[in-house]
Design a binder for this molecule. Structure first.
Ligand SMILES: [Zn+2]
Length: 196
């Protein structure tokens, strides 16, 4: 044992350094304690393997093509049902707004903004159509939204479950608003056709 050659293996590049060296001759990394030759050879081999793997990973990352511009997001059963309800509500309120265009204005001479109500209906329907698409195809809309935003991501970030759940809260809020609007439309039609 007293004749054993002691060396210091660099933990970064794996080369052997003299047992008296403080820093790696090749890369300057601070060296650990000197160890026996056999042990040093194993360690050196291990480090070499690790370095090869890192190089391969880097090469692969460089050649794996452009970063993903579109991601897939899971659509929960709740989200699916909500999206279908939203689609129906959107269609109904759009049809309602179209019917109102051809309705006689029941507020004639009463200083009510009939035209603005109709325009409001179309605006809300437009927002609802967008939110419905977001609800049913979250991955596509989320990716497109980021694509058109001024900040360009190299890779589309994945929203948290919390963010996706909060979206549903917003969807429900707008859906209730749209249902309220349908009630308003029906009320106006009722007034227009019955004259009450
Ligand atoms: Zn080194």
């Amino acid at each position: 044992m007293e004749n054993e050659i002691l060396v210091k293996v660099c933990s970064k590049c794996g080369i052997f350094n003299s047992e008296r060296a403080e820093k790696c001759e090749s890369c300057g990394t601070k060296l650990d304690e000197a160890i026996g030759k056999k042990e040093a050879e194993d360690l050196s081999e291990e480090i070499e393997k690790r370095n090869k793997k890192i190089s391969a990973d880097i090469a692969e990352a460089k050649t794996s093509g452009p970063a993903k511009k579109e991601i897939d997001l899971p659509v929960s059963p709740f989200r699916k049902v909500l999206g279908i309800i939203m689609a129906v509500v959107t269609v109904v309120m759009t049809l309602g707004a179209i019917v109102l265009i051809f309705c006689p204005n029941p507020f004639e001479g009463k200083n009510m903004a009939y035209g603005e109500i109709i325009i409001g209906g179309f605006l809300l329907a437009f927002i609802m159509a967008y939110l419905t698409a977001f609800c049913l195809f979250p991955g596509k809309v989320w990716s497109a939204q980021l694509y058109f935003s001024s900040y360009r991501y190299s890779q589309v970030p994945i929203p948290s479950d919390y963010a996706l759940n909060m979206q549903c809260v917003a969807f429900i809020f707008f859906t209730l608003m749209a249902i309220g609007f349908i009630v308003l439309e029906v009320w106006i039609m009722f007034k227009a056709f019955t004259g009450v």
